[in-house]
Design a protein. Structure first.
Length: 148
């Protein structure tokens, strides 16, 4: 099964769910997040903020703002399981960004590619950085959930 076949319907479901309610449905597991960050080899601190779905293109976002910490936004309306899976995804982008001088440089490198592919298209799921991020969502089940 391709990553698109596996995750596209799920992402659609999550998005619909997040538009339905803006109520905060998940709670971060700070210790588990720290462990996950260490497991992925992150050197910078991670801050996760629940936000209104309207602020996001999808249901989560790694902020390539060039700041000293990794800022991740997750939709408030996600289920705990979805928030956890999504966080493993965004932490992977944080790890990828650490391979660059700054997260801004990371964004510069991939901006054009992102603008060229519409979210949800086959191309999006085939971007190497997205492939890795979707594959790492499996850590939710093998390493552990990051939200409850
Ligand atoms: Zn991604």
């Amino acid at each position: 099964m391709s990553l698109r076949d596996k995750w596209c319907p799920t992402l659609d479901e999550w998005t619909t769910e997040c538009w339905r309610s803006n109520e905060l449905r998940w709670k971060l597991k700070p210790k588990a997040v720290k462990k996950a960050a260490a497991f992925l080899g992150l050197t910078k601190e991670v801050e996760v903020q629940p936000v209104d779905k309207r602020w996001l293109d999808g249901v989560g976002c790694y902020c390539c703002d060039g700041g000293p910490i990794h800022r991740i936004l997750l939709a408030r309306g996600l289920s705990p399981e979805a928030a956890s899976l999504c966080l493993w995804h965004e932490l992977t982008h944080a790890k990828q960004a650490e391979g660059f001088v700054s997260s801004l440089e990371f964004w510069e490198k991939f901006r054009d590619t992102y603008n060229a592919v519409a979210g949800g298209s086959e191309d999006y799921f085939n971007l190497p950085i997205e492939k890795e991020a979707f594959e790492n969502m499996d850590y939710h089940w093998t390493i552990g959930p990051l939200a409850k």
